[in-house]
Write a protein that binds this ligand. Structure first.
Ligand code: NAD
Length: 283
């Protein structure tokens, strides 16, 4: 396959393009994941809270690609970071992890992420210690975080010697996260974009981007994904439509030039689609 990889700070390689399955019902996940793997995706991004780990695991088995050729990510839901208290909290995290493995039907994940930091609870640094255990045990080949800001990452640097392999955050041309990306680069943390297509909303009809797409004879989705790749970002677009699943992977064979990159930089609004993670506290 022609999907480039990014080498994480512990030497593990992750495909730069993966397949996200948020909002894919469990009953549809197997077909979507199978189509994705058959189309050439090797990296799949799910989470306990998506409630489709069973279908995701089923789709991976149906596709018949050897487990070691796949890169599987799942995430610890917020319930696992609630009421942290010493050993009990640590055990709760390990139980949540076991439940995810069981549902996925696998012996290990390639990447396990803390889904949200919930800084108001002050527990993520303790949760991270349980994650270190999973890494030591080899049940997670890499560990990372999601929706962390510089403050939360800095606290982890102070309390642990294991730097997160990556931080998965909202990131697309409307909300390009330059400052956080520079901070990641400084600390050896890979940047992974969630909602890389801006959830398929206004971003894909931006007139400036429509022009760039026409120039290259591509779709706006392909231009946006090309922008992620050329920016060194790992992207995990979601679709349940087979033609789009394939379209989103077909982003080799053209190159955005300096002028295109300037046009894309120009559509930044600084506005998120999702919540501000510092205040996000759902269970
Ligand atoms: P996305 O940016 O990947 O957009 C997906 C939507 O865009 C699709 O539902 C479809 O409507 C549209 N779309 C996809 N391909 C298209 C194409 N080629 N042409 C036109 N429209 C197209 O949004 P997302 O699903 O929010 O994000 C991707 C993945 O990121 C999720 O599935 C999930 O795995 C992950 N994610 C993580 C978090 C987190 O907190 N860590 C939050 C949100 C999403």
């Amino acid at each position: 396959s022609t999907i480039p990889t990014v080498t994480l700070n512990n030497g593990i390689a992750i495909p730069q393009l993966g397949f996200g399955v948020w909002q894919v019902p469990d009953a549809e996940a197997a077909a979507a994941v199978r189509t994705a793997v058959e189309s050439g995706y090797r990296s799949i991004d799910t989470a306990a809270i998506y409630e489709n780990e069973v279908g995701t695991g089923e789709g991976l088995r149906q596709a018949g690609v050897p487990r070691e050729e796949l890169f599987l990510t799942t995430k610890l839901w917020n319930s696992g970071t609630r009421d942290w208290s010493g050993q009990a909290g640590r055990d709760a995290v390990l139980r949540e992890f076991d439940a995810s493995l069981e549902k996925l039907g696998t012996e290990y994940v390639d990447l396990y992420l803390i889904h949200w930091p919930r800084p108001m609870h002050g527990s993520y640094a303790n949760v991270w210690q349980a994650f270190e255990q999973l890494l030591t045990d080899g049940r997670a080949k890499a560990i990372g975080v999601s929706n962390f800001g510089q403050a939360e990452l800095t606290r982890l640097f102070e309390t642990s010697s294991v730097v997160p392999a990556l931080n998965q955050v909202e990131l697309h041309p409307h909300f390009p996260q330059q400052e956080l990306r520079a901070f990641h680069a400084e600390h050896g943390i890979a940047t992974e974009a969630w909602s890389p297509l801006g959830q398929g909303k206004g971003l894909l009809t931006e007139p400036a981007l429509v022009k760039v797409a026409a120039k290259h004879g591509r779709t706006v989705a392909q231009v946006v994904l090309r922008w992620h790749l050329q920016s060194g970002i790992i992207a995990i677009p979601k679709s349940v439509t087979p033609s789009r699943i394939r379209e989103n992977l077909d982003v080799a064979g053209f190159e955005l030039d300096a002028e295109d990159l300037e046009v894309i930089a120009g559509v930044a609004t600084g506005e998120r689609i999702g919540p501000d993670p510092t205040g996000f506290d759902w269970n």
